[in-house]
Design a protein around this ligand. Structure first.
Ligand code: AMP
Ligand code: MG
Length: 415
Protein backbone atom coordinates (compact mmCIF):
# COMPACT_ATOMS: atom_id res chain seq x y z
CA UNK A 1 0.00 0.00 0.00
CA UNK A 2 1.38 3.42 -0.93
CA UNK A 3 2.22 5.48 2.16
CA UNK A 4 2.68 9.23 2.24
CA UNK A 5 6.33 10.05 3.02
CA UNK A 6 5.21 12.87 5.30
CA UNK A 7 5.12 12.23 9.06
CA UNK A 8 1.67 12.63 10.59
CA UNK A 9 1.65 15.64 12.90
CA UNK A 10 -0.90 16.28 15.63
CA UNK A 11 -3.14 19.28 15.06
CA UNK A 12 -1.46 21.10 17.97
CA UNK A 13 2.06 20.51 16.62
CA UNK A 14 0.99 21.52 13.13
CA UNK A 15 -0.61 24.73 14.41
CA UNK A 16 2.48 25.57 16.48
CA UNK A 17 4.60 25.05 13.35
CA UNK A 18 2.39 27.45 11.39
CA UNK A 19 2.34 30.13 14.07
CA UNK A 20 6.13 29.96 14.44
CA UNK A 21 6.38 31.08 10.78
CA UNK A 22 3.80 33.90 11.02
CA UNK A 23 4.94 37.32 12.24
CA UNK A 24 2.85 40.49 12.45
CA UNK A 25 3.11 42.63 9.31
CA UNK A 26 4.75 46.08 9.59
CA UNK A 27 2.21 48.59 10.95
CA UNK A 28 0.69 51.27 8.76
CA UNK A 29 -1.45 54.34 9.40
CA UNK A 30 -4.99 54.40 8.01
CA UNK A 31 -7.94 56.77 8.49
CA UNK A 32 -9.59 55.92 11.80
CA UNK A 33 -13.00 55.80 10.13
CA UNK A 34 -11.81 52.88 7.99
CA UNK A 35 -10.13 51.03 10.84
CA UNK A 36 -13.05 48.77 11.82
CA UNK A 37 -11.77 45.25 12.53
CA UNK A 38 -8.08 46.12 12.45
CA UNK A 39 -5.66 45.60 15.35
CA UNK A 40 -4.15 48.72 16.84
CA UNK A 41 -0.35 48.84 16.59
CA UNK A 42 0.36 51.50 19.26
CA UNK A 43 -1.10 52.74 22.55
CA UNK A 44 -3.53 55.62 22.30
CA UNK A 45 -3.56 57.99 25.27
CA UNK A 46 -5.96 60.85 25.97
CA UNK A 47 -4.50 64.26 25.25
CA UNK A 48 -7.24 66.25 26.97
CA UNK A 49 -9.59 65.51 29.86
CA UNK A 50 -13.16 64.43 29.13
CA UNK A 51 -15.24 66.31 29.90
CA UNK A 52 -12.89 69.26 29.40
CA UNK A 53 -15.10 71.36 31.75
CA UNK A 54 -17.41 70.48 34.67
CA UNK A 55 -20.62 69.48 32.93
CA UNK A 56 -24.21 68.96 33.98
CA UNK A 57 -25.38 65.33 33.88
CA UNK A 58 -29.06 66.28 33.71
CA UNK A 59 -31.51 68.78 32.35
CA UNK A 60 -32.36 70.84 35.44
CA UNK A 61 -31.11 73.67 37.60
CA UNK A 62 -27.58 74.47 38.69
CA UNK A 63 -27.66 75.33 42.39
CA UNK A 64 -25.48 76.02 45.38
CA UNK A 65 -26.02 72.71 47.20
CA UNK A 66 -25.80 74.29 50.64
CA UNK A 67 -28.95 76.37 49.87
CA UNK A 68 -31.13 73.25 50.21
CA UNK A 69 -34.78 72.99 49.14
CA UNK A 70 -36.67 76.27 48.71
CA UNK A 71 -37.77 78.73 46.04
CA UNK A 72 -35.08 80.74 44.28
CA UNK A 73 -34.91 83.26 41.42
CA UNK A 74 -33.81 81.96 38.01
CA UNK A 75 -30.87 84.13 36.97
CA UNK A 76 -29.87 82.62 33.64
CA UNK A 77 -29.51 79.53 31.49
CA UNK A 78 -26.67 77.52 29.93
CA UNK A 79 -27.27 75.04 27.15
CA UNK A 80 -24.70 72.51 25.85
CA UNK A 81 -21.97 74.18 23.83
CA UNK A 82 -22.34 77.60 25.49
CA UNK A 83 -20.67 79.23 28.48
CA UNK A 84 -22.42 81.14 31.28
CA UNK A 85 -21.81 84.89 31.37
CA UNK A 86 -23.07 85.07 34.97
CA UNK A 87 -22.29 83.62 38.39
CA UNK A 88 -24.70 81.52 40.44
CA UNK A 89 -24.55 83.17 43.87
CA UNK A 90 -26.08 81.55 46.98
CA UNK A 91 -29.84 81.90 46.87
CA UNK A 92 -30.08 81.83 43.05
CA UNK A 93 -30.34 79.06 40.44
CA UNK A 94 -29.67 78.73 36.67
CA UNK A 95 -31.23 76.49 34.06
CA UNK A 96 -28.79 73.93 32.56
CA UNK A 97 -29.12 71.19 29.96
CA UNK A 98 -27.33 67.83 29.83
CA UNK A 99 -23.70 68.34 28.82
CA UNK A 100 -23.72 72.11 29.43
CA UNK A 101 -20.72 73.63 31.24
CA UNK A 102 -21.63 74.33 34.88
CA UNK A 103 -22.07 78.06 35.48
CA UNK A 104 -19.46 79.38 37.93
CA UNK A 105 -20.65 79.45 41.53
CA UNK A 106 -22.98 76.44 41.20
CA UNK A 107 -21.78 73.13 42.61
CA UNK A 108 -24.68 70.71 41.94
CA UNK A 109 -27.62 70.10 39.63
CA UNK A 110 -31.20 69.33 40.61
CA UNK A 111 -32.98 67.50 37.84
CA UNK A 112 -35.97 69.24 36.33
CA UNK A 113 -38.34 66.50 37.57
CA UNK A 114 -37.56 67.61 41.16
CA UNK A 115 -38.47 71.26 40.51
CA UNK A 116 -41.40 73.50 39.65
CA UNK A 117 -41.24 76.74 37.72
CA UNK A 118 -43.37 79.78 38.67
CA UNK A 119 -43.53 82.74 36.32
CA UNK A 120 -43.35 86.14 38.03
CA UNK A 121 -45.38 89.15 36.75
CA UNK A 122 -42.24 91.24 36.91
CA UNK A 123 -38.74 90.06 37.71
CA UNK A 124 -37.23 86.65 37.12
CA UNK A 125 -39.14 83.34 37.24
CA UNK A 126 -38.98 81.53 40.57
CA UNK A 127 -37.84 77.91 40.75
CA UNK A 128 -38.99 75.67 43.54
CA UNK A 129 -36.22 73.20 44.40
CA UNK A 130 -37.72 70.13 46.05
CA UNK A 131 -34.70 67.88 46.44
CA UNK A 132 -31.78 68.21 48.81
CA UNK A 133 -28.52 67.61 46.93
CA UNK A 134 -24.86 67.51 47.88
CA UNK A 135 -22.04 69.39 46.21
CA UNK A 136 -21.04 67.48 43.09
CA UNK A 137 -24.39 65.75 42.57
CA UNK A 138 -25.20 65.36 38.86
CA UNK A 139 -22.01 67.18 37.86
CA UNK A 140 -19.36 65.40 35.75
CA UNK A 141 -16.06 66.77 36.97
CA UNK A 142 -13.21 67.58 34.59
CA UNK A 143 -11.65 64.33 33.31
CA UNK A 144 -13.99 61.89 35.09
CA UNK A 145 -14.75 60.00 31.86
CA UNK A 146 -11.18 60.22 30.58
CA UNK A 147 -8.16 61.69 32.35
CA UNK A 148 -5.34 63.33 30.38
CA UNK A 149 -2.63 60.76 29.71
CA UNK A 150 -5.00 57.88 30.45
CA UNK A 151 -4.60 54.79 28.27
CA UNK A 152 -7.65 54.88 25.99
CA UNK A 153 -6.74 51.88 23.82
CA UNK A 154 -3.74 49.59 24.20
CA UNK A 155 -1.64 48.27 21.32
CA UNK A 156 -3.17 44.95 20.28
CA UNK A 157 -6.77 46.13 20.75
CA UNK A 158 -9.21 45.03 18.09
CA UNK A 159 -11.03 48.07 16.74
CA UNK A 160 -14.78 47.56 17.05
CA UNK A 161 -17.44 50.28 17.04
CA UNK A 162 -16.75 51.39 20.63
CA UNK A 163 -13.01 51.55 19.95
CA UNK A 164 -13.58 53.61 16.78
CA UNK A 165 -15.70 55.94 18.93
CA UNK A 166 -12.87 56.17 21.47
CA UNK A 167 -10.42 57.12 18.71
CA UNK A 168 -12.80 59.92 17.69
CA UNK A 169 -13.15 61.01 21.34
CA UNK A 170 -9.38 61.17 21.68
CA UNK A 171 -9.13 63.21 18.46
CA UNK A 172 -7.24 60.45 16.61
CA UNK A 173 -8.05 60.67 12.89
CA UNK A 174 -5.23 58.44 11.65
CA UNK A 175 -4.94 55.09 13.38
CA UNK A 176 -1.72 53.07 13.60
CA UNK A 177 -2.82 49.51 12.73
CA UNK A 178 -1.49 46.24 11.39
CA UNK A 179 -2.66 45.91 7.78
CA UNK A 180 -4.85 43.01 6.70
CA UNK A 181 -2.64 40.32 5.12
CA UNK A 182 -2.89 39.83 1.37
CA UNK A 183 -4.16 36.29 0.78
CA UNK A 184 -3.97 34.70 -2.67
CA UNK A 185 -6.42 31.91 -3.57
CA UNK A 186 -5.91 29.28 -6.25
CA UNK A 187 -8.22 26.40 -7.11
CA UNK A 188 -6.58 23.42 -8.79
CA UNK A 189 -8.12 20.63 -10.80
CA UNK A 190 -8.84 19.77 -14.45
CA UNK A 191 -12.46 19.07 -13.49
CA UNK A 192 -13.22 22.57 -12.20
CA UNK A 193 -15.27 25.22 -13.97
CA UNK A 194 -16.40 28.69 -12.92
CA UNK A 195 -19.78 28.72 -11.15
CA UNK A 196 -21.45 30.57 -14.06
CA UNK A 197 -20.50 27.93 -16.66
CA UNK A 198 -22.60 24.94 -17.73
CA UNK A 199 -21.07 21.64 -16.66
CA UNK A 200 -19.35 19.51 -19.30
CA UNK A 201 -18.71 15.77 -18.91
CA UNK A 202 -16.79 15.01 -15.73
CA UNK A 203 -16.83 18.62 -14.58
CA UNK A 204 -17.91 20.20 -11.29
CA UNK A 205 -18.14 23.80 -10.20
CA UNK A 206 -15.32 25.43 -8.29
CA UNK A 207 -16.89 26.04 -4.89
CA UNK A 208 -13.70 26.38 -2.87
CA UNK A 209 -12.52 29.64 -4.33
CA UNK A 210 -15.74 31.59 -3.71
CA UNK A 211 -15.95 30.07 -0.23
CA UNK A 212 -12.32 30.77 0.72
CA UNK A 213 -12.49 34.32 -0.66
CA UNK A 214 -15.48 34.97 1.59
CA UNK A 215 -13.73 33.35 4.55
CA UNK A 216 -10.63 35.50 4.00
CA UNK A 217 -12.71 38.67 3.95
CA UNK A 218 -14.54 37.58 7.10
CA UNK A 219 -11.24 37.28 8.95
CA UNK A 220 -9.91 40.64 7.73
CA UNK A 221 -7.64 39.57 4.86
CA UNK A 222 -7.27 41.23 1.46
CA UNK A 223 -7.94 38.87 -1.45
CA UNK A 224 -5.85 38.10 -4.54
CA UNK A 225 -7.87 35.82 -6.82
CA UNK A 226 -5.64 33.50 -8.85
CA UNK A 227 -8.50 31.68 -10.54
CA UNK A 228 -8.41 28.00 -11.48
CA UNK A 229 -5.34 26.08 -12.61
CA UNK A 230 -5.52 22.76 -14.40
CA UNK A 231 -3.47 19.84 -13.11
CA UNK A 232 -0.35 20.52 -15.13
CA UNK A 233 3.04 21.25 -13.68
CA UNK A 234 3.59 24.34 -15.84
CA UNK A 235 0.20 25.91 -15.15
CA UNK A 236 0.41 25.24 -11.40
CA UNK A 237 3.92 26.64 -11.20
CA UNK A 238 2.94 29.82 -13.02
CA UNK A 239 -0.09 30.33 -10.77
CA UNK A 240 1.86 29.67 -7.56
CA UNK A 241 4.56 32.05 -8.75
CA UNK A 242 1.97 34.84 -9.17
CA UNK A 243 0.70 34.18 -5.64
CA UNK A 244 4.08 34.53 -3.94
CA UNK A 245 3.68 38.31 -3.80
CA UNK A 246 0.92 37.71 -1.23
CA UNK A 247 1.55 37.16 2.49
CA UNK A 248 -0.43 33.93 2.37
CA UNK A 249 -1.19 31.63 -0.56
CA UNK A 250 -4.04 29.16 -0.35
CA UNK A 251 -4.25 26.41 -2.92
CA UNK A 252 -7.01 23.85 -2.83
CA UNK A 253 -6.86 20.37 -4.29
CA UNK A 254 -3.93 18.32 -5.49
CA UNK A 255 -2.46 17.40 -2.12
CA UNK A 256 -3.70 13.82 -1.79
CA UNK A 257 -2.13 10.63 -3.10
CA UNK A 258 -3.38 10.69 -6.72
CA UNK A 259 -1.18 10.79 -9.82
CA UNK A 260 -2.14 14.39 -10.52
CA UNK A 261 -1.69 15.61 -6.95
CA UNK A 262 1.21 17.86 -7.86
CA UNK A 263 1.15 20.52 -5.16
CA UNK A 264 3.40 18.89 -2.57
CA UNK A 265 6.34 18.26 -4.95
CA UNK A 266 5.89 21.73 -6.41
CA UNK A 267 6.12 23.32 -2.93
CA UNK A 268 9.12 21.14 -2.04
CA UNK A 269 10.83 22.49 -5.13
CA UNK A 270 9.91 26.16 -4.56
CA UNK A 271 10.45 26.42 -0.81
CA UNK A 272 10.31 24.49 2.44
CA UNK A 273 7.46 22.11 3.26
CA UNK A 274 6.96 22.07 7.05
CA UNK A 275 4.31 19.38 7.11
CA UNK A 276 2.29 17.35 4.63
CA UNK A 277 -0.04 15.32 6.84
CA UNK A 278 -1.99 16.03 10.01
CA UNK A 279 -3.88 13.55 12.19
CA UNK A 280 -7.35 14.96 11.80
CA UNK A 281 -10.66 14.28 10.11
CA UNK A 282 -11.40 15.84 7.73
CA UNK A 283 -8.29 17.42 6.17
CA UNK A 284 -5.50 14.87 6.68
CA UNK A 285 -3.42 15.87 3.60
CA UNK A 286 -3.20 19.59 4.57
CA UNK A 287 0.23 20.83 3.61
CA UNK A 288 2.10 23.86 4.89
CA UNK A 289 5.15 25.46 3.30
CA UNK A 290 7.04 28.72 3.34
CA UNK A 291 8.51 30.21 0.20
CA UNK A 292 11.01 33.07 0.40
CA UNK A 293 11.20 35.31 -2.62
CA UNK A 294 13.16 38.59 -2.84
CA UNK A 295 13.23 38.92 0.95
CA UNK A 296 9.46 38.41 1.15
CA UNK A 297 8.06 35.35 2.89
CA UNK A 298 4.85 33.73 1.71
CA UNK A 299 3.04 31.22 3.92
CA UNK A 300 1.54 28.58 1.66
CA UNK A 301 -1.33 26.33 2.70
CA UNK A 302 -2.02 23.43 0.38
CA UNK A 303 -5.61 22.83 1.39
CA UNK A 304 -7.33 19.57 0.44
CA UNK A 305 -9.75 19.71 -2.47
CA UNK A 306 -12.90 18.46 -0.83
CA UNK A 307 -14.81 21.61 0.09
CA UNK A 308 -15.38 20.67 3.73
CA UNK A 309 -11.75 19.63 4.25
CA UNK A 310 -10.69 22.87 2.61
CA UNK A 311 -12.77 25.07 4.87
CA UNK A 312 -12.07 23.13 8.09
CA UNK A 313 -8.30 23.24 7.54
CA UNK A 314 -8.59 26.92 6.59
CA UNK A 315 -10.19 27.63 9.97
CA UNK A 316 -7.80 25.45 11.96
CA UNK A 317 -4.51 26.61 10.43
CA UNK A 318 -4.90 29.57 8.07
CA UNK A 319 -7.17 31.67 10.29
CA UNK A 320 -4.74 31.74 13.25
CA UNK A 321 -1.90 32.53 10.81
CA UNK A 322 -3.86 35.38 9.18
CA UNK A 323 -4.85 36.72 12.60
CA UNK A 324 -1.23 36.63 13.76
CA UNK A 325 -0.04 38.45 10.61
CA UNK A 326 -2.79 41.00 11.27
CA UNK A 327 -1.28 41.71 14.69
CA UNK A 328 -3.78 39.79 16.80
CA UNK A 329 -2.11 39.18 20.20
CA UNK A 330 -4.06 35.93 20.67
CA UNK A 331 -4.61 34.54 17.17
CA UNK A 332 -6.04 31.14 18.09
CA UNK A 333 -9.68 30.24 17.59
CA UNK A 334 -11.74 30.59 20.75
CA UNK A 335 -12.81 27.42 22.59
CA UNK A 336 -15.93 26.86 24.62
CA UNK A 337 -17.51 23.77 26.14
CA UNK A 338 -20.76 22.38 24.87
CA UNK A 339 -23.08 19.50 25.59
CA UNK A 340 -24.02 17.17 22.74
CA UNK A 341 -27.68 17.35 21.80
CA UNK A 342 -27.41 13.75 20.56
CA UNK A 343 -24.95 10.86 20.44
CA UNK A 344 -22.08 11.12 17.93
CA UNK A 345 -19.96 8.29 16.47
CA UNK A 346 -16.19 8.59 16.98
CA UNK A 347 -13.28 7.82 14.67
CA UNK A 348 -10.83 5.36 16.24
CA UNK A 349 -7.81 6.64 14.27
CA UNK A 350 -8.14 10.43 14.04
CA UNK A 351 -9.61 13.27 16.11
CA UNK A 352 -12.63 14.60 14.28
CA UNK A 353 -13.64 18.22 13.81
CA UNK A 354 -17.37 17.75 13.73
CA UNK A 355 -19.40 20.62 12.30
CA UNK A 356 -22.09 21.80 14.67
CA UNK A 357 -24.36 24.67 15.53
CA UNK A 358 -24.04 25.93 19.09
CA UNK A 359 -26.81 27.64 20.95
CA UNK A 360 -27.14 28.61 24.59
CA UNK A 361 -29.52 26.40 26.54
CA UNK A 362 -31.03 28.36 29.42
CA UNK A 363 -32.51 25.27 31.08
CA UNK A 364 -29.14 23.47 31.24
CA UNK A 365 -27.09 26.67 31.59
CA UNK A 366 -24.58 25.62 28.92
CA UNK A 367 -24.01 25.60 25.17
CA UNK A 368 -25.70 22.73 23.37
CA UNK A 369 -24.22 21.46 20.11
CA UNK A 370 -26.44 20.27 17.28
CA UNK A 371 -24.64 18.31 14.56
CA UNK A 372 -25.08 19.54 10.98
CA UNK A 373 -25.72 15.94 9.87
CA UNK A 374 -23.72 13.69 7.56
CA UNK A 375 -20.06 14.70 7.89
CA UNK A 376 -18.82 13.52 4.51
CA UNK A 377 -15.95 15.80 3.49
CA UNK A 378 -17.45 16.43 0.05
CA UNK A 379 -20.78 17.54 1.55
CA UNK A 380 -20.52 21.30 1.97
CA UNK A 381 -24.05 21.26 3.37
CA UNK A 382 -22.40 19.95 6.55
CA UNK A 383 -20.94 23.42 7.03
CA UNK A 384 -24.22 25.26 6.52
CA UNK A 385 -25.10 27.19 9.72
CA UNK A 386 -22.12 25.63 11.52
CA UNK A 387 -20.60 28.07 14.00
CA UNK A 388 -18.34 25.54 15.73
CA UNK A 389 -16.08 22.57 15.17
CA UNK A 390 -16.49 20.02 17.92
CA UNK A 391 -13.17 18.45 18.88
CA UNK A 392 -14.08 14.78 19.10
CA UNK A 393 -11.41 12.48 20.54
CA UNK A 394 -10.01 9.58 18.49
CA UNK A 395 -11.64 6.58 20.06
CA UNK A 396 -13.78 3.59 19.26
CA UNK A 397 -17.52 3.78 19.87
CA UNK A 398 -19.56 6.90 20.33
CA UNK A 399 -20.05 9.89 22.61
CA UNK A 400 -23.39 9.75 24.38
CA UNK A 401 -25.96 12.52 24.15
CA UNK A 402 -25.29 15.04 26.91
CA UNK A 403 -21.49 14.51 26.84
CA UNK A 404 -19.37 17.61 27.29
CA UNK A 405 -17.04 18.39 24.38
CA UNK A 406 -14.80 21.32 23.52
CA UNK A 407 -15.85 23.38 20.53
CA UNK A 408 -13.76 25.73 18.39
CA UNK A 409 -15.76 28.77 17.39
CA UNK A 410 -15.71 29.42 13.63
CA UNK A 411 -18.77 31.65 13.40
CA UNK A 412 -20.72 34.18 15.35
CA UNK A 413 -22.75 33.29 18.43
CA UNK A 414 -24.72 36.49 17.94
CA UNK A 415 -26.54 35.57 14.72
P1 AMP B 1 -8.08 16.56 -4.85
O1 AMP B 1 -7.52 16.89 -3.51
O2 AMP B 1 -7.59 17.46 -5.93
O3 AMP B 1 -7.91 15.12 -5.19
O4 AMP B 1 -9.64 16.83 -4.75
C1 AMP B 1 -10.46 16.08 -3.87
C2 AMP B 1 -11.92 16.25 -4.24
O5 AMP B 1 -12.28 17.62 -4.08
C3 AMP B 1 -12.22 15.90 -5.68
O6 AMP B 1 -13.49 15.27 -5.70
C4 AMP B 1 -12.27 17.21 -6.37
O7 AMP B 1 -13.09 17.21 -7.50
C5 AMP B 1 -12.85 18.10 -5.29
N1 AMP B 1 -12.42 19.50 -5.46
C6 AMP B 1 -11.17 19.92 -5.63
N2 AMP B 1 -11.13 21.25 -5.76
C7 AMP B 1 -12.40 21.68 -5.69
C8 AMP B 1 -13.02 22.95 -5.75
N3 AMP B 1 -12.28 24.05 -5.94
N4 AMP B 1 -14.36 23.04 -5.62
C9 AMP B 1 -15.10 21.91 -5.44
N5 AMP B 1 -14.57 20.69 -5.36
C10 AMP B 1 -13.25 20.56 -5.47
MG1 MG C 1 -7.47 17.42 -7.92
Amino acid sequence: MAESPYPMLSVDDALATVLAQANPLPPATIPARQALGYILAADIRAREPLPPFPASVKDGYAVVAADGPGTYPLIGEVTAGRLADFVVTPGTVAYVTTGAPMPPGADAVVMVEQTEKFWARNGPAQIEIRARVRAGDDVRGVGVDMAPGELVLGAGSRLGPAEIGLLATAGVTDAPVYPGPLVAVLSTGDELVEPGRPLGPGQIRDSNRAMLIAAIKAVGGEVMDLGISGDSQASLEASVQRGLRADVLLTSGGVSMGDLDLIKPLLEHAGQVHFGRVRMKPGKPITFATIDNDGHRCLVFGLPGNPVSSLVTFYLFAVPAIRKLAGHPDPNLRRVQARLAHALPLDPARPEYHRATLGWDFAQNCFVAQSTGSQSSSRLLSMRTANALLELPERAGELAAGSLVTALLIGSLVD
